[in-house]
Design a protein around this ligand. Sequence first.
Ligand code: DHB
Length: 496
Amino acid sequence: MMKFKTTLLTGILALACGSGAAKTIEVSQGYGLDFRTQNYTRQSTVVNGQTVAYRAYENIVYVANPADSAYQTINIYIPEAYFNGGSINGYTAQTAPIFLPNQIGGYMPAKAGVPGKGGFGPSKEGQVDAMQVALARGYVVASPGARGRTAVTGKAPAAIVDLKAAVRYLRFNDAVMAGDAEKIISNGTSAGGALSVLLGASGNQADYEPYLQQLGAAPAKDHIFAVSAYCPISILDHADAAYEWQFNGVNDYQKMDISMIDYHVERKLVNGTLTNEQIQISGSLKAQFPAHVNSLRLRDPQGRALRLDAQGNGSFKNYVASFLRRSAQSQLDAGKDLSSRNWLTIRNGKVSAVDFAAYARAAGRQKTPPAFDALDLSSGENQLFGTAATDKQHFTAFSYQHRANAQATLADPQTVKLMNPMHYISRHTTPQHWRIRVGTADSDTSLAIAAILTAKLQNSGKRVDFALPWDVPHSGDYDLDELFDWMDKTVRQPRG
Ligand code: DHB
């Protein structure tokens, strides 16, 4: 792939700035950010028996001064029809939404995605991934790579800065590239789901500006249109308490036998039982959660306060359980027999009660307390919050106080803030449309995390399509027809 060591074109800058006067930016070294200089290859894919032809622009470095040009790249795929004045699914070169799937898992470095090789899609012969479906449905696909925790330059907030820089590249080139940069829809799973949420939440926030400047990100805005997230491993600095709120009392666990080496590999689980010390820690963390939830002042769609009492019971717990009830009810309505699920009370074909503690036992504990900020710095998140000089750090006051290693350090609070979307979600948050999915068989983080995000977004006036698909484990992109139906609907409906 060719690399372009050029100065930015004044022509495109004038376009992007929308001003009559051409402005120049001094970029003495670095990669050009003009999409028009990119080469492409012609490719095609078969989706539901239909061949979709597209042009592939791959390995585009999306910042002028990359810290890691192997990962700070974006692959852009544009349906061939858009070069011939054609339309697909009612979209044209001017109106086609831009599907922005990241491939991030485990907060690891992630390469730009390639249709047919998507990391989270079904791997069975003949099945297609989200990028292939997107192309068939007339979307422009733009899949950004991003730095991750195992590299010295990939520590927090590198991955979110990279996704924002990729969005800026697309907006900067909007006038010269097929697809509508006002219709960018992000998608990701797990750590990638969390980053998809954060990308939507943090659009144009000044906190990230110094990092973007340093990379030579394109001079453009970085807000997006809509967010899709599967099982987001988000709100990391409160996820330990949330986990114990859900799993306290579940002392047997099935834990990954590797420390989040790569979430794309098959997950092998080892059995264990919490030690007395871990059981104590679980109790302490659980006890923190009600004050945290109450401090958020969340409300349900009817405007009722979502709160927890000191024991962790109350309207917030009922709110989380209501999504489990809805998921179970849809199974019953489809004729499924759920009589073996002892956490459900079913009367006359209706779920009349959900026993949340029994649900947690059935779902099973997968992490030992603290689930994310490990006392011995052994979690992937410890590495995420490291620095170039210190590979792993704590990021919560609790784990820092209870640290196993006296020399262990605590991450800078501003960096922790930059990774938590809750600090940025408000009425001013740009995306009006959000879709969040977490399977009922997912124990990688507490269901409370997605429920908190949902309530906060709804309370900020956003439309949130949140559901817990029945028996689905920690995974994403398993309902692509519904996902793209939702995207089409959000793009076509009037704003607001
Ligand atoms: C992922 C899963 C985890 O359990 C976690 O703590 C972080 C990331 C993932 O699958 O991306």
